[in-house]
Design a protein around this ligand. Structure first.
Ligand code: ADP
Length: 466
């Protein structure tokens, strides 16, 4: 059954249950009240007859003419002697020669009962009369009950019709309000189906209602998921295109050089160097991809050694000077002696990636400044360049895998990367309980700042031998 059908059924059964209980309570209390009023009328009539009856000393009853007594017209009265002789009766039962309720006549205490008088239902009060402690007569007072029955039937009909009308109204209201409330969900389903059919993740679900109600929150969450998926697919699509392109170039170079050597049947040193360089680049790509894949599955072993970060930094910088080829000025700011606990090779990779990027992205004549210091119990490594900077659109994404800034993708440069360097650096630093921050202004340069916890005495850290 549809959600709408179930909601409607739920409302109808709840309201139906309440109305049923309410109707039952009304019916019982109204019937009870009418019955009590009848009983009161019977008691009053009995008292009136009793007050007009004389009891003689010899036990005889002096009957006051019931036929002439001023009693309500719908009240029947009979006065019976102990010998079951009818002593007197009201005019409306003058023709009746048997008791109003024969079964209750011998009763020793006053009692109410239901009976049939002139074939109509009646309520009867039987009162034994006594004089000087001796029973001398029995008074039976009755009243017709058909008015009560009619009132009960009318009440029942009103309650039943009212309940049915109320249930139909509630059912319709629930059905339409559920349709109204669930309509946006239909839109969600339609858009989701269209997205699947057209394979178009750029679509979003429109919603006019308040964004903070349940449906609004669902749609916002759905749209956010779509945005994330779209971003992910775009990144991967871009990566595939980039990698396809990047792989073709070195492979073409390698094939060309091999072809040349085969043609001239001799080893050409220049061709071999070129092949060597391209193979190195391909190896780096495969290495990076493997590292990230392993990182994702949590299978990378991470050493826990004391690492002298200052020594490592100086070592890496001397190697990277070769990369700069004197085009950019690689300057060293203040370098404190800093010990951290971690994996030397991985930390080296962080420095290589960050400083390498600074060199690669800064045009010739630019400057890259590297510094290392301490702040509280944290080591702070800063790499500042006065290169092109990173645009605000790129900045939130640069640590994502395969993400490359718009300019980096279009610009031809030596040793092109694959948009993996920063995500690898980010992952390594995070696994050392540190963090990377970046500040960048377009056209002015960028500053990458790595924070790592200093090695503490209590830490379980071995001294690095490297
Ligand atoms: P890659 O350098 O291989 O493209 P990275 O993950 O190292 O990939 O960097 C991601 C992107 O961040 C780069 O494509 C580039 O747009 C931007 N970027 C990183 N470092 C710098 C920098 N120092 N100056 C300007 N842009 C940078």
């Amino acid at each position: 059954m549809s959600l709408r059908g179930r909601l409607t059924l739920l409302y109808v059964s709840i309201v139906g249950g309440i109305l049923l209980l309410f109707g039952l309570a009304v019916y019982i209390s109204v019937s009870q009240t009418i019955k009590e009023q009848l009983d009161d009328a019977l008691r009053r009539a009995a008292r009136q007859v009793y007050a007009s009856t004389d009891f003689k000393a010899d036990g005889q009853v002096q009957v006051v003419g019931l036929m002439t007594m001023d009693l309500p017209v719908d009240i029947y009265v009979q006065l019976w002697g102990r010998d079951n002789r009818l002593l007197d009766a009201s005019l409306n039962v003058a023709n009746l020669n048997h008791p109003l309720d024969a079964a209750r006549l011998p009763s020793a205490v006053p009692v109410f009962s239901e009976s049939l008088v002139n074939r109509a239902p009646a309520r009867v009060l039987t009162v034994p009369l006594e004089a000087s402690g001796r029973p001398i007569a029995i008074l039976q007072v009755g009243i017709r009950q058909d008015v009560v029955t009619a009132a009960q039937q009318t009440l029942l009909a009103v309650l039943l019709i009212g309940t049915v009308i109320a249930l139909v109204a509630i059912g319709l209201a629930a059905w339409f309000s559920a349709r109204r409330a669930l309509k946006p969900l239909d839109a969600v389903t339609q858009v989701a189906l269209q997205i699947t059919r057209a394979d178009d993740l750029s679509r979003r679900i429109p919603y006019q209602g308040p964004p903070d109600d349940e449906v609004g929150q669902l749609i916002t969450a759905f749209n956010q998921t779509l945005a994330r998926l779209e971003n992910l697919f775009n990144t991967q699509r871009r990566f595939l295109a980039d990698v396809g392109h990047e792989l073709r170039t070195p492979l073409t170079v390698i094939k060309g050089n091999v072809g040349l050597m085969r043609k001239f049947r001799e080893f050409d040193e220049e061709s071999l160097t070129s092949i060597d360089g391209e193979v190195d680049r391909l190896t780096r790509l495969v290495g990076d991809l493997l590292l990230l894949a392993q990182a994702e599955s949590g299978k990378i072993p991470m050493a826990h050694n004391i690492v002298e970060l200052d020594t490592l930094l100086l070592e890496v910088l001397s190697q990277l000077r070769v990369l700069a080829q004197g085009k950019q000025e690689l300057c060293l700011g203040s370098v404190d002696q800093v010990l951290v606990c971690g994996d030397r090779d991985r930390l080296k990779q962080v420095i290589v990636n960050l400083v390498g990027n600074a060199i690669n992205y800064t045009p010739a004549g630019g400057e890259v400044l590297v510094g290392l210091g301490k702040s509280g119990n944290q080591a702070q490594l800063t790499i500042t360049d006065n290169g092109p900077g990173i645009s605000p659109e790129d900045l939130p994404h640069i640590f994502e895998r395969f993400y490359r800034g718009e300019k980096s993708r279009t610009r031809q440069r030596e040793g092109k990367g694959w948009g993996l360097g920063l995500s690898i650096a980010y992952w390594i630093v995070r696994n050392h309980n540190g963090r990377i921050e970046v500040n960048s202004t377009l056209g002015q340069g960028s500053t990458f700042c790595v924070w790592l916890p200093l090695a503490s005495e209590s830490e379980d850290c071995a001294r690095d031998e490297a």
